[in-house]
Design a protein around this ligand. Structure first.
Ligand SMILES: [Zn+2]
Length: 390
């Protein structure tokens, strides 16, 4: 019994007790010990080269087909437009490289600022695409109900609320976009996920999954919604054959982040210096990060930061990245503990979903007291927010 149990993995930044993960006697976390380890919040998606090449050929074929059919319909495809750099550059590629005209759909889930909306309108004006775009804002009440439900009923012992919310919300956003494509009889929906945003699907969502993901979830949420809400979802009778193909082009086509930023900045499509590559702009995820911090002693992004550290190919770079992300996690933890982490966004979010901080804390305490990991959770909350992760 001479092994000294360490708190943080020697090779990445996973710490003991994070989402049920452990550090072994050699000082390695479950992921570093076994690259195939799976956790509800993280699994490594490995795409081999032949698969990637096959999908790239499929992509080229789709573009050729759309170009052959160009002019038969008003629009070649639908592109989900968030106003961010990736979707903006994707639109630019369609217009200027492929010579194809997309129909653009932006979904406001209730937390888009006026500045963000203004920026989207300005970019559309510059691209001369204002008439080829819709802002869907009528689904906001449904999104709000969904968030409220998820925050009040998160019962998982391991899966972060942030992961659950992101997953469920993305499905609804994509379904709303898919329904716009169906209305316009458009066969393809393109989403500008970056190459590392491979959550469940690589390159495309199989149509049967587009169907399943399009039905109201979770099960108990169905009891809380009415016909107004249901119109944003698919239903059991939706014919799978009429669904458009949902595709993530950046999973296979060239993706050079600097080139993308330079190109759209040069065209004045996005303000210079925008966009934090790591931390999300989403207030909903940030609110869920408060929950996850107190419920699991977790910084939600730790599993993703850890993968970035593991990807460094030499020890010096890895150690540098390790220190950087450990400090970043402590900073986030400290800010959460001091109510200083997007606090305005957090309060605004809770107000909109009609839940108080007290209620959130009561739910968390109730969940925590039955958690066999309670000791580690409390320790981690303390260690992270006091900058003692090493
Ligand atoms: Zn590790």
């Amino acid at each position: 019994m001479s092994n000294i149990k360490k708190d943080v993995c020697d090779n990445c930044i996973i710490y003991d007790g994070l989402f049920g993960l452990e550090i072994n006697s050699k000082g390695l976390c479950n992921f570093c010990e076994d690259p195939n380890h799976v956790n509800p919040n993280w699994r490594k998606v490995r795409i081999d080269n032949p698969t990637r090449q096959k999908r790239l050929m499929e992509w080229n074929e789709i573009i050729r087909t759309l170009q052959d059919k160009n002019g038969q319909n008003e629009y070649s495809c639908v592109i989900g437009y968030s106003g961010g750099k990736d979707s903006t550059a994707l639109i630019d590629t369609f217009i200027n490289e492929y010579n194809l005209k997309p129909f653009l759909v932006t979904i406001n889930t209730g937390f888009m600022t006026d500045i963000a909306k203004d920026n989207i309108r300005k970019s559309l004006d510059k691209m001369n695409l204002s008439k080829d775009h819709i802002f869907v804002e009528d689904a906001i009440p449904t999104f709000i109900k969904l968030y409220r439900h998820l925050f009040l009923n998160h019962l998982s012992a391991e899966k972060a609320l942030a992961a659950d919310v992101c997953h469920t919300c993305t499905d609804l956003i994509h379904t709303v976009i898919v329904k716009e494509a169906i209305k316009k009889k458009i066969d393809y929906v393109f989403i500008g996920f970056s190459p590392d945003q491979i959550a469940r699907y690589f390159f495309k969502t199989p149509k049967k999954d587009t169907y399943n993901d399009g039905l109201p979830r979770p099960q108990e949420f169905k009891k809380e919604i009415n016909n107004e809400d249901l119109k944003w979802y698919l239903n059991e009778n939706t014919n799978i054959d009429i669904l458009p193909q949902v595709i993530y082009p950046y999973h296979v086509i060239e993706y050079d982040e600097n080139e993308i930023i330079n190109r759209i900045e040069a065209k004045g499509l996005i303000d210079k210096g925008k966009g934090d590559p790591v931390l999300t702009n989403c207030h909903v995820i940030k609110a869920a990060m408060y929950y996850d911090f107190y419920r699991y002693g977790a910084i939600f992004y730790a599993v993703q930061y850890a993968e970035l550290v593991r990807q460094k190919d030499n020890d010096i770079e890895r150690e540098k990245a390790r220190k950087y992300y450990l400090r970043l996690m402590s900073r986030i933890g400290k800010n959460i503990k001091n109510d200083n982490f997007d606090s305005e966004g957090y309060e605004n979010f809770l107000k909109k979903i009609g839940i108080t901080k007290d209620i959130i804390f009561k739910i968390i305490e109730n969940q925590r007291k039955n958690d066999p990991n309670l000791k580690k959770i409390l320790k981690n909350i303390d260690v992270i927010s006091n900058k003692r992760l090493k």
